[in-house]
Design a protein around this ligand. Structure first.
Ligand SMILES: CC(C)=CCNc1ncnc2c1ncn2[C@@H]1O[C@H](COP(=O)(O)O)[C@@H](O)[C@H]1O
Length: 258
């Protein structure tokens, strides 16, 4: 046997003599399918989760300054709330912010529509649901996620603030997640603005009368619930916080490396 026949290189690996496998790596990959139950196992899911982060970061990392807008999936076009959502998207676009929503119908669609029509970048981050649903038609850039928590990371990582319009459980989940991240200083200088004083007034009162009264939140935590009826005021709050943050990063970058 020649030296050439007695060696097999498989990528960075070298096999000689009796250690040479009967098949090549590609043969093992391509020649047969083998069992398929591993696609339903957690190690495989970890790779899918990883790929969602890769795709999400890839889609969003070059996004300009952006604000995530949340709100009910159930509000219909033509309603007062829907119009408010359109206004929010439009004002954000005029101030130079991209609008990110959950990509669905209702208030998400309204904010995307307002943003797109005012010439802003309109982004939809959808979620796989047990019933058929596609991204609304006012989205310039979109992605549909399998994993809820991956999608939530994107909302926080790629926006400077949250604007919360009237909504149900999904909206409350997003609102309280954001407030908890701010309260625990996982994110800083991150305004969370609720739009609709009549709609959100009861929640604010309950937080004050129950949570604050029993000492479950601090006085200054109440400031985390900023409520207004005016989309322009919401944008001003976002801009102020944004400016502060940029100044702080500039100071940090000028200081000693960490
Ligand atoms: C018709 C219907 C129920 C469609 C659901 N389709 C959805 N598509 C995308 N995001 C959603 C959807 N439902 C809830 N969400 C998420 O939860 C929030 C709305 O939930 P809710 O309607 O307030 O509780 C949105 O901000 C969004 O991020």
């Amino acid at each position: 046997m020649t030296e050439e026949e007695n060696v097999r290189r498989a990528g960075p690996l070298t096999y000689r003599g009796r250690a040479i496998p009967d098949t090549t790596t590609d043969q093992r990959l391509l020649d047969r399918r083998g069992p398929a139950d591993w696609v339903h196992t957690d190690p495989w899911r970890v790779l899918r989760i990883q790929s969602e982060f890769v795709e999400g970061f890839g889609l969003l990392s070059e996004l300009p300054s952006a604000v995530s807008v949340f709100g009910s999936a159930r509000i219909r076009p033509g309603s007062e709330f829907y119009e408010l959502g359109v206004q929010v998207g439009a004002r954000l676009a005029e101030a130079g912010y991209a609008t990110i929503t959950g990509g669905g119908p209702g208030m998400m669609e309204a904010a995307n529509k307002g943003a797109q029509q005012a010439g802003g970048l309109s982004v939809g981050l959808g979620i796989e649901l047990p019933f058929e649903q596609s991204l609304n038609s006012y989205i310039d850039m979109g992605m549909t996620f399998r994993y809820f928590f991956v999608r939530k990371t994107m909302f926080v990582k790629y926006s400077q603030a949250f604007v919360v319009l009237p909504g149900g459980f999904g909206t409350l989940d997003e609102l309280f997640e954001a407030i908890t991240l701010v309260q625990t200083k996982k994110i800083t200088r991150f305004p969370v603005v609720l739009i609709g004083t009549e709609f959100w007034g009861g929640l604010r009162t309950w937080v004050e009368d129950s949570l604050l009264k029993h000492g479950l939140v601090a006085d200054h935590d109440m400031e985390l619930l900023y409520v207004t009826d005016d989309p322009e005021e919401a944008v001003r709050i976002v801009q102020q916080a944004h400016l502060h943050l940029e100044n702080r990063f500039e100071r940090d970058e000028a200081g000693p490396a960490s």
